[in-house]
Ligand binder design. Structure first.
Ligand SMILES: Nc1ncnc2[nH]cnc12
Ligand SMILES: [Zn+2]
Length: 347
């Protein structure tokens, strides 16, 4: 069932800038006249860059390349090309719904307007809907390694705030370096967002401790937790998260590539299933993590844990129910899931 193109490959945790392939990166660097670091051998060619991506030492080691990579995105059509490249991969994997993070601060700081970024993504989203029937939402992430006032200033850019309140962006997230940047720092930002009724999620418990997950829930009022694998270190909190039905957006290959675990089999997938924790399976930054898009992540989980049809049904259902789309779209996806499950149960 994991590899069934008619099941529910949907995702809630894909950074669009993390879908920038080395091929597109070099192409855009050339067309925009962006100079890539000359003192790093990795930037010599597409193949040396792919080779370097095989050896990240940590989240921060990866982020170093991630931020250099996105410096090639300049025009509206660059943002469109990036998102369109991702949607083509998603369509091949049978994705029906995608909730996509983007990092405006990393572009605004280079003089790119919010409108340029958003318009490029929106064009690709519309095309993905028309050509592939993929529905999608955008989630605006704030960068936790930057000074807090920077995120507040970004949140108060009129166009950015309007996109969150008029529904063209579905909610906010918090990403980038985790250790040393506790959720508490962003309390004001999240309180302001809450006052507008904006949906909130945050990366927590990827490299950071389980206490960051508790803080994200209690201080930031998130309705989802991105990654959250450290939850297994705190059984009491795990029981609470299960009880509340908070969705964790787990990213198996990402955790392997960033050295959180040595293999997918070390992830707490069984513990989460046994405890009744709701989680979905996601790709995070597929172009940086071995070109493992969503289906590779589903398959890796299947190979490592051999989930039953009913367990996959639970994972997929949790993902659908935790989505930030319309109730009608959720109902359609649940119906589709039931058809697939019925097919497997008959087989
Ligand atoms: N895995 C990850 N963790 C935190 N921030 C990110 N930004 C892009 N990918 C990320
Ligand atoms: Zn992420």
């Amino acid at each position: 069932m994991a590899a069934d193109a008619y099941s529910w490959p949907g995702e809630h945790h894909i950074h669009i800038e993390g879908a920038l392939t080395p091929e597109l990166l070099f192409q855009l660097a050339s067309s925009n006249g962006v100079t890539l670091p000359t003192d790093d051998h990795a930037f010599q060619s597409v193949s040396t860059l792919y080779e370097r991506y095989q050896h990240f030492e940590s989240l921060d080691d990866f982020l170093h390349y991630y931020y250099i990579g996105m410096s090639v995105l300049v025009t509206e059509s660059d943002f469109e090309a990036l998102a369109w490249d991702y949607f083509q991969h998603a369509a091949r994997d049978g994705v029906v719904h995608a909730e996509v993070f983007f990092d405006p601060q990393a572009h605004l700081s280079r003089g790119i307007s919010y409108e340029t970024i958003l318009s490029g993504f929106k064009t690709a989203q519309t095309r993905a809907l028309e050509e592939f029937g993929i529905t999608s939402e955008l989630i605006c992430c704030f960068l936790r390694h930057l000074p807090v006032p920077d995120s507040l200033a970004a949140f108060n850019i009129p166009e950015l705030q309007a996109s969150l309140t008029n529904g063209s962006v579905a909610g906010i997230g918090l990403d980038s370096s985790e250790s040393g940047f506790p959720p508490l720092l962003f309390k004001d930002l999240y309180q302001q967002a809450a006052a507008f009724g904006i949906r909130r999620t945050a990366h927590a418990g990827e490299e950071g401790p389980a206490s960051y997950i508790r803080d994200a829930l209690d201080t930031l009022g998130v309705s989802r937790v991105d990654h959250g694998v450290a939850l297994v270190q705190d059984r009491e909190l795990m029981a609470r998260v299960a009880e509340q039905g908070t969705l964790l957006t787990v990213c198996p290959w990402s955790n392997v590539f960033l050295k959180g675990v040595r293999s997918v089999s070390e992830l707490p997938i069984r513990e989460f299933l046994d405890a009744g924790v709701q989680f979905s399976i996601n790709s995070d930054d597929p172009a940086y993590f071995g070109n493992h898009y969503i289906l590779d992540n589903f398959c890796a989980v299947q190979e490592a844990f051999n989930l039953s049809v009913d367990e996959w049904r639970r994972v997929c259902e949790a993902g659908i129910r935790g989505s930030w789309c319309s109730e009608q779209r959720k109902a359609e996806m649940l119906e589709r899931l039931e058809r697939v499950v019925a097919k497997y149960e008959q087989a």
